[in-house]
Design a protein around this ligand. Structure first.
Ligand SMILES: Cc1ncc(COP(=O)(O)O)c(C=O)c1O
Length: 399
């Protein structure tokens, strides 16, 4: 059977070696997994959220729910953005999805036809590119310089290209951990306004901030131009397995209203997202006291760990990192792959697994083939062991 052309874009680079790693584990090898950004692996979901889930279960919140999300959750999300960013929106501006992943898939399916273009910041979160390409779209890349999207360069790169569908970026960034300055966001808004480009700001890490970073939500600077904001339970509420995310569309202009309606139509196709988890997430957002305690504890610990790992990489002979991360929980150092005896970075990642039992993700999956992505959530002793192993391995393979 011949599968569709588009199906070759299905998949996820972050998990591409999981089956191979599982085989190694079956054959008795121990693997340190630093490929998946799952906080729950090291920070159990806070008890107050688990209790909320149990309460929802016990009160039989187990049926289908409204396709765009239960009112309690949509209201709680709108209120969250009011409290954090002084944004005045109602529940009808929120569509609840099965993770931000589903929101990314929805917006691409909704906006992109074959031959269309969209701007993707680079390095990118892998689903931004595959979500675009699976619908026949092609990227125009917005590269970062010193932790900020280089807006002048992007303007030149767009040139006379017409009809760009949207621009997407993660702020804070996965994989670099950069948090953009308000000034850059304003420049992005100006560009989007000039060229009529819809802004999609993935703010899923908006509370995972450290090293004196100040976060600005796009809604604080967008001045009413159409924008879509992504957020969810996975990272800031440490509940990846809930599979709850959301798209928030603050505008009341014609395009924004059309987006709200059409994302909701997409949501109808899969009936509803996890109902129990929606109620639990609504309670988790509303319980601000417990949330503050939980997020502070987790972020303090992540900050300790990632700064420790960053300093170790700074000392490394074979990895190079300039920008100290200020958000999310990844390190994205450069590696001189051309000066090593690997066929390519995928070959390097596989050999690292076999020889040292460390699983990380290749930079080419994020649009940066001279980099590697290291999830920096584990305790310091594990991070130290892994980084020393990676360094020793790279040293051994250097020409
Ligand atoms: C930037 C970014 N967006 C979206 C996602 C997907 O998150 P979700 O669990 O909500 O599907 C991730 C997951 O790592 C991410 O890093």
């Amino acid at each position: 059977m011949k599968f569709s052309q588009r199906s070759r874009f299905a998949g996820n680079v972050i998990e591409e070696e999981d089956a191979f790693a599982a085989d190694l584990v079956r054959s008795g090898k121990q693997i340190i997994k630093l490929n998946r950004g799952d906080p729950v692996a090291y920070f159990p979901t806070p008890k107050y959220i688990v209790d909320a889930y149990i309460r929802a279960l016990k009160s039989s919140k187990t049926g289908y729910s409204f396709h765009a999300g239960v009112p309690e959750l949509r209201e709680a999300i709108a209120l969250r953005h009011k409290k954090l960013y002084n944004l005045d929106v109602g529940a009808e501006s929120v569509v609840v999805t099965q993770g931000v992943s589903e929101a990314i898939i929805f917006v691409n399916s909704m906006l992109v036809d074959t031959g269309n273009r969209a701007v993707i910041s680079r390095p990118y979160y892998p689903l931004y590119l595959s979500g675009l390409q699976i619908n026949g779209g092609a990227p125009v890349f917005a590269d970062y310089r010193n932790g900020e999207i280089d807006v002048d360069l992007l303007r030149r790169r767009i040139g006379r290209t017409k009809g760009i569908k949207y621009m997407i970026f993660a702020n804070p960034s996965n994989p670099t951990g950069s948090v953009m300055e308000r000034k850059t966001l304003k420049e992005i808004v100006d560009l989007a306004n000039d060229l009529n480009i819809l802004i999609i700001s993935d703010e899923i890490y908006d509370e995972i901030l450290y090293n004196n970073s100040e976060f600005t939500s796009i809604s604080e600077v967008s001045g009413g131009i159409p924008a879509v904001i992504f957020g969810g339970a996975s990272k800031c509420f440490d509940a990846t397995g809930f599979r709850i995310g959301y798209a928030l569309i603050p505008g009341e202009d014609e395009l924004s209203l059309e987006i709200k309606k059409t994302i909701a139509d997409y949501a109808k196709m899969r009936l509803s997202s996890n109902t129990t988890a929606q109620y639990a997430f609504a309670d988790a957002i509303k319980d601000e006291k417990n949330h503050r305690i939980a997020i502070r504890g987790m972020v303090n610990e992540i900050s300790e760990r990632i700064n420790f790992a960053y300093d170790l990489i700074r000392e490394s002979r074979r990895m190079d990192i300039s920008e100290r991360p200020r958000g999310a929980f990844y390190l994205f150092p450069k590696v001189d792959i051309k000066g090593m005896d690997f066929k390519n970075d995928r070959d390097m990642i596989r050999k690292l697994l076999v020889e040292e039992g460390v699983q990380i993700t290749r930079g080419s999956g994020f649009g940066a083939q001279d980099n590697i992505r290291i999830v920096s959530l584990p305790p310091k002793d594990i991070l130290e062991l892994a980084i020393r192993k990676i360094d020793k391995f790279l040293d051994r393979h250097s020409r």
